[in-house]
Each structure stands twice: as C-alpha cells, then as structure tokens.
Design a protein around this ligand. Structure first.
Ligand SMILES: [Zn+2]
Length: 245
C-alpha cells in the first residue's frame, strides 16, 4: 500500500512540475466562482517579479482587469481564456497608467476588445508615452455585464495619482491592484509616481468605503490575504511620518 501511495504521489509531483514548467510565463488561478487571477512576470531591478491581473467570465463575454505585464503574454492570455471557458474577452479595464496595467491596451483594442480607463489615467498615459484606451471614464462608473455588476472607485492619490480600485459588492471582491501591497511586502515598492503624504488617507478611504472585503487582490505577490489592506495602510502611515520630517 505504501508503494502505491508513494507512486501516486510521485506521479502527482511530476504532473505538477510539468504543468508549472509549461505555464511558467502565465499562471491562472481560480479566485471564486467566475473570477480568476492571472499572473505574468517581468524583470524589475534584475529580479523576476510577478504581476497579478484578474478576469471575470460572464454570459456576455470575459472582462479583463488590467493587461499582462509581460508583453509576450497578451495573446496567450486570450488563448488560455478561450480554451478554458470557450469565451472571448470583450472588455478591458486597467487600474492605473503603468506598463504592468496598460501595456496590452493597443493590442487588445486591435482585437476588438472595448478598452476603458479613467480620464486621469489617460492624461498620464499620454504624458508618459504609455498605451491608451479607446473609451474614457470621467467619474466612478458602474458596469453591468451578464448577471454581474461592479463599480470603479477613485480613492485619491497613492501608488500613482490615478490609481482606481474595483469593487464587486455581491462577491465582496476588492480588486486593489498596485495601490495595495501584499502582506509579504516590506515596503510600498516603486514610489516614483506616488503621493507619499496622501497614500495613507487614500487607503483609509478604501477601508471606509469597503469595510469588509472577502477578498483583496493586490498588484504583485500573494493575493490570498485580506490583511494586505491594513498592512498597506500601516506602511503608508509610516511613509507619511517619514516625509513630514
Ligand atoms: Zn504594479
């Protein structure tokens, strides 16, 4: 019996290893129901760093939140979604102007996908030579697609001047992207476009508006711990204190 168990364990570990090797540039994990997290990778300061996006499968097509960071994965992501769910991506909404969110906007627009950012994101994208969306949102916007409803929310400046979060009230999913850091992060990461004094109050705005999220999806790293929001607030308070001196 022990031999059989160890043989099964060995086969499982092999399958796992092969699956990981084949998908090492694009990882898709189910979050809950029709919600999936996709992760691609890029080099940042010499390290391979993961970036998380999300997609939602609806009867009216798939909604993509942010585009892959790895530019080689724009089409593989569409292909994987088609293969897995037999559906096309119809809508794409990046959450701020950095490449790890907007990189695929041109590509997806050419595939007939409707692309949306806020007006503020578009202004910053234009100024910084980033890819831009076809449609613009002038204020917080509610989307209805299939049986799903979600809203965009601009809580103020933080990681960037334009960062938005997306809230799924029924599923209690807070898609925070790069505004929210993972519990494993020891600092707030890249602050080149950040507002170091407003960051903390921006996080408090998110906490006030969505006091009890069931899921908090961060832009990079571990997205399975809702304490990421409080962890980010604490680091942002610290950043504010330092910048007062
Ligand atoms: Zn980011």
């Amino acid at each position: 019996m022990r031999i059989i168990i160890s043989a099964i364990a060995f086969i499982f570990s092999l399958t796992n290893t092969f699956a990981k090797a084949a998908d090492s540039n694009l990882l898709i994990t189910r979050l809950t129901g029709d919600f999936y997290i996709y992760t691609t990778y890029n080099l940042y300061k010499g390290d391979k760093v993961p970036a998380n996006g999300m997609y939602l499968v609806t009867a009216k097509g798939v909604v993509l939140f942010d585009t892959p960071w790895d530019t080689t994965q724009f089409q593989p992501l569409l292909d994987s979604i088609k293969l897995k769910h037999n559906k096309n991506v119809v809508l794409c909404i990046p959450t701020h102007f950095h490449d790890d969110r907007t990189g695929g906007l041109d590509y997806y627009r050419r595939q007939g996908i409707k692309t949306y950012t806020t007006v503020l994101t578009d202004q910053l994208s234009k100024k910084n030579n980033k890819k831009r969306a076809e449609y613009l949102m002038a204020k917080d916007t509610v989307f209805n697609i299939g049986k799903y409803t979600f809203e965009t929310y601009y809580p103020g400046e933080g990681h960037t001047p334009d960062n938005i979060v997306i809230w799924f009230r029924k599923q209690k999913i807070l898609y925070g992207a790069c505004l929210i850091k993972s519990v494993e992060d020891e600092d707030l990461g890249y602050l080149g476009d950040a507002n170091k004094t407003a960051y903390a109050s921006t996080i408090r705005n998110v906490q006030k508006k969505y006091p009890q999220p069931g899921y908090v999806i961060v832009g990079h790293g571990d997205w399975t711990n809702v304490k990421s929001l409080e962890h980010t607030r604490a680091m942002a308070e610290e950043l504010k204190r330092k910048n007062r001196k």
